[in-house]
Design a protein around this ligand. Structure first.
Ligand SMILES: Cc1cc2nc3c(=O)[nH]c(=O)nc-3n(C[C@H](O)[C@H](O)[C@H](O)COP(=O)(O)OP(=O)(O)OC[C@H]3O[C@@H](n4cnc5c(N)ncnc54)[C@H](O)[C@@H]3O)c2cc1C
Length: 407
């Protein structure tokens, strides 16, 4: 039996990024993916920061760093569907703030397939339609048992998405909380910004709603608690946006999926094993995006695997270097999870509306000292909000740490 240097479970962006990093060093790499086609079924709002798209290693190739070039690419058949220069944040009926982070909406299935092609061109083997069912320890590595037979590898990287089965198979603690996202694809381009609706007054079960423009259609979705009825909330949200007479037949596609919401798992490695991306709880729990974080964490797991193979060392201590590498990046900062708790579990609908009224009409890309002072003066005039001013600062801090890392 071939012993692969690295076996990767999951052919999403995280696994494909890990595989690309490893295969660049000429090491034998196998990806096991349970679905028959990479990128399907889609479970994504398809928004990503332009900065991360251009700066992270292993993204599908764009041969230039120039924004103009992205715009030109948009005109061609490309995974980039639209370049968007602003976000709008709707806080109930009370306020609308903007931010100016350049983002793009992508064709996510094509994006994943281009990543897979990059990896395969480097020699990565991909087994589709094959599900990993268990993992056993063996002398010098792991045996991965699948619906199509068993494979041996010196290192396994679990990139199997939110369900994190491999994390459980290895006896590690998977994400403890999830939210669910559902989305309709609606014909026509209905906005020119990435729009986020934080409206807890009207939609009690909704964390936020999104309206993202694509090339010829619009993605409209909601993030809700796991126990909620997502389609009911999404239909309510659609009515709120003014689509009163929308029929099922008008919807181009419906997509749904779960997203880890408890932050990075405490330990994401053990002997011969690492977990990355959603499987390791690595999502931005303010906006619940994870493509860029997955690609980055997959790359770091790949780098650690290369170093472990070079040193022929696969023990707990060597694998722990992966978690150490991750620690310095903003998406690992505990302030994000803290901000998530306050925003979604502690703040009331009224608090959000009040806060929204304070920042109405503001550009909140980065708050300057004058804006911070004005917010403090507003809080002074509202005793109930003054108590929560510290919490609002944590949300603002979490937002600034996470905003570039995924919508
Ligand atoms: C509704 C929704 C909207 C979202 N919108 C955005 C957005 O706009 N921007 C953003 O950045 N992020 C968004 N996300 C999050 C983003 O999609 C994920 O963070 C990202 O896909 C994580 O990549 P991954 O490779 O870690 O996991 P996945 O993309 O989930 O890939 C994991 C792969 O592992 C495979 N797999 C699982 N178990 C096994 C097994 N036992 N054997 C073999 N294969 C297996 C799966 O089939 C899958 O292909 C959204 C998520 C949802 C649900």
């Amino acid at each position: 039996m071939i012993v692969y240097d690295v076996l990767i479970i999951g052919g999403g962006p995280t696994g494909l990024s890990a595989a690309t990093t490893i295969a660049k060093k000429g090491l034998t790499t196998l990806i096991i993916e349970e679905h028959p086609i990479i990128g399907h079924p889609l479970a994504c709002g398809e928004g990503i920061s332009a900065n991360k798209l251009l700066s992270l290693k292993n993204m599908p190739k764009i041969d230039t760093q120039l924004d103009d070039e992205i715009l030109r690419l948009q005109q061609r058949e490309s995974f980039i569907e639209r370049v968007i220069n602003a976000q709008r944040f709707f806080f109930g009926k009370q306020g609308v703030a903007t931010a100016k982070l350049q983002t793009v909406t992508i064709n996510r299935p094509l994006f994943d397939q281009l990543m897979a092609k990059q990896a395969q061109d480097l020699g990565v083997e991909v087994h589709l339609g094959t599900q990993v069912i268990s993992i056993n320890r063996k002398e010098g590595g792991l045996t991965v048992n699948t619906t199509n037979g068993s494979h041996e590898a010196k290192i396994v990287i679990g990139c199997d998405g939110p369900s994190a089965h491999s994390v459980k198979m290895m006896g590690l603690q998977p994400p403890t909380e999830y939210v669910q996202g559902v989305e309709y694809k609606i014909p026509g381009v209905l906005t020119d910004a990435l729009d986020f609706y934080f409206d807890f007054q009207q939609f009690k079960d909704m964390h936020y709603g999104w309206v993202f423009p694509k090339k010829n259609h619009t993605n409209i979705g909601v993030v809700v608690n796991l126990a909620s009825k997502p389609i009911k909330v999404l239909n309510q949200f659609l009515r709120h946006l003014g689509f009163n007479n929308y029929h099922e037949k008008d919807i181009l596609a419906k997509i749904a999926g779960i997203i880890p919401a408890s932050g990075p798992i405490r330990k994401n490695y053990c002997e011969h094993y690492m977990a990355a991306g959603d499987a390791a709880g690595l999502t931005n729990t303010i906006f619940y995006g994870g493509i860029a974080i997955g690609i980055h964490s997959g790359m770091l797991a790949g780098q650690t695997a290369v170093e472990a193979l070079e040193n022929d060392q696969f023990d707990d201590q060597k694998m722990s270097e992966y978690q150490e590498k991750l620690r310095i990046f903003p998406y690992m900062d505990p302030i994000i999870q803290h901000a998530h708790e306050i925003l979604y579990n502690k703040f009331s609908a009224k608090d959000i509306e009040t806060f929204g009224s304070w920042v109405d009409g503001w550009d909140i890309t980065t708050l300057n000292s004058f804006q911070k002072f004005r917010l403090f003066l507003k809080a002074l005039r509202s005793p109930s909000m003054l108590k929560k001013f510290g919490d609002a600062r944590i949300i603002a801090h979490g937002f600034s740490k996470s905003r570039d890392w995924g919508f």
